[in-house]
Design a protein around this ligand. Structure first.
Ligand SMILES: Cc1cc2nc3c(=O)[nH]c(=O)nc-3n(C[C@H](O)[C@H](O)[C@H](O)COP(=O)(O)O)c2cc1C
Length: 298
């Protein structure tokens, strides 16, 4: 009932662990799957090891988190072992990669060699200069990177877009060669401490995630689904089964769960899956596809 297929990936449930949340180690990715994630997405990995920013890198608000981790990661060659651990358990694993425009083909081929089932192009990190949003805000670059990667690997290519643009449909169309679009990454934001009278995060700006961004993610999914048939993986502020169902009704085919893990722990996957299943039973839906995009009719 909860199974979904995204390109060649067959998932037992529509939920994936979102990139950057408890996914630096194979063991924690395995935990996510054991609690009901149909697939896991790795932390975004680049060519070289990066330490990221100085603390503080995460700030908690009433309505979510602002983070500027700075794409801290061990570098792709040091990550192979973590992928292997997850693969050994037959858990679908999607490798998230980031870099300069010229790095993506190299990284995607490595991901394929390591056995990743798909690659997710992070073109959308809002707080690292030169990587993230600057690429994801330029339709020509997005089109070029997606086309280049698609030509060079056989595994499905997912492209994760930023909401920090005027017209997300333009960028989504530039990425239309992708096997799925992942909507959305965090929203560029800032928090200020009234006593020290300065921005809280060491990087000043960060990416906003959690419940406060749900309407923004939902709108991105709704807008892109209206214009395109490409599979959509919805992400942003999903904490409950109702949030998940809203995303599916807007047009998502699968979902990713991030900040909810901070609030609820691994049981987030179990609770959301269970709630979606009950909703489907009460509404008479037999598959996620049965109700994906129904809100578009209005
Ligand atoms: C602490 C933290 C680290 C993140 N790191 C990454 C990352 O490395 N790559 C990426 O594509 N997205 C990253 N994200 C964004 C999430 O994958 C997701 O798109 C975003 O948080 C919205 O979903 P959520 O509200 O369920 O968390 C990160 C988010 C958080 C909170």
């Amino acid at each position: 009932m909860l199974e979904v297929a995204i390109s060649s990936l067959k998932l037992k449930t529509p939920l994936m662990l979102a990139s950057g949340i408890m996914d630096e180690q194979g063991d924690s990715m395995i935990m996510a799957a054991e609690h009901g994630a149909g697939a896991v997405v790795t932390k975004s990995i680049g060519i070289e090891e990066r330490n990221g920013y100085e603390n503080p890198v995460v700030y908690e608000l009433d309505t979510g988190l602002i983070n500027a981790i700075g794409l801290a990661n061990p570098g792709i060659d040091n990550f192979m072992e973590e992928i292997r651990k997850v693969k050994n358990k037959n858990i679908p694993i999607i490798m998230s990669i980031f870099g300069n425009p010229d790095d993506y083909v190299f990284l995607a081929k490595k991901a394929e060699d390591f056995g990743a089932d798909a690659v997710e192009l992070n073109l959308s990190c809002p707080h690292v200069k030169g990587f993230g949003s600057e690429i994801g805000q330029d339709p020509e670059l997005v089109e070029e990177i997606v086309k280049d990667v698609k030509r060079k690997v056989r595994i499905p290519v997912f492209t994760k877009l930023t909401p920090n643009v005027t017209d997300i449909i333009e960028i989504a169309k530039a990425a239309e060669n992708s096997d799925a679009l992942v909507l959305i990454n965090t929203v560029k934001s800032i928090a200020i401490d009234v006593w020290s009278k300065r921005p809280v995060l060491s990087n000043r700006f960060g990416g906003y995630s959690g419940p406060g961004i749900k309407p923004i993610g939902l709108r991105a999914v709704y807008d892109v689904r209206k214009e395109m048939n490409v599979p959509i993986i919805g992400v942003g502020g999903i904490l409950t089964w109702k949030d998940a169902v809203e995303y599916i009704l807007a047009g998502a085919n699968a979902l990713q769960i991030g900040t909810a893990i901070y609030y609820l722990g691994w049981k987030a996957f179990e609770e959301i899956n269970e709630g979606i299943k009950k909703y489907m039973e009460s509404e008479g839906f037999r598959s996620i596809e049965d109700f994906s995009g129904l809100a578009q009719k209005w």
